[in-house]
Design a protein around this ligand. Structure first.
Ligand SMILES: [Zn+2]
Length: 147
């Protein structure tokens, strides 16, 4: 078994443990790094899983990227795509609703595309989730060329 990040051979017990708690098998060093990011940003486990799957697919994702307003779970900077993984389905308040819209406005003004992905899509359809995100990246790239 090897680390999903650096390919270092790892103890199967550590690999099993990190796969269960973080969604991917990681070495001790990367486990600590990822756990620190998760603790600081309240990053869901599914975002870690998706981050590594996108990395494997060659999409060059960044984890917990600061866009000037807030930290987004995953960013694909060359096409200005921000991805947030949603884990809670709350009945939102009116303040939150108008705040979300304002946030969307700032993103669009700055040329960013934001998508929100429910964590259950990642848990059950990781390959399809990656495939569709790669399609979105292609679409954004094509649009950037037109401009
Ligand atoms: Zn590692």
């Amino acid at each position: 078994m090897t680390c999903n990040d650096c390919n270092t051979p790892i103890d199967p017990e550590l690999g099993y443990h990190t796969a269960k708690t973080l969604g991917v098998a990681l070495c001790e060093r990367h486990r600590r790094l990822v756990e620190k990011v998760m603790a600081e940003n309240n990053t869901p486990k599914e975002a870690i899983q998706l981050f590594y799957a996108l990395k494997d697919a060659g999409a060059h994702p960044m984890l917990e990227w600061w866009d000037g307003q807030r930290s987004v779970d995953i960013a694909i900077s060359r096409v200005k795509l921000n991805i947030d993984v949603e884990t809670e389905y709350r009945n939102i308040t009116h303040e939150q609703a108008i705040h979300d819209l304002e946030e969307a406005m700032h993103s669009f003004k700055n040329g960013f595309t934001n998508i929100r992905i429910p964590h259950i899509a990642i848990t059950h359809y990781l390959d399809d989730t990656v495939k569709y995100i790669l399609g979105i990246i292609q679409g954004l790239k094509a649009n950037l060329k037109v401009i």
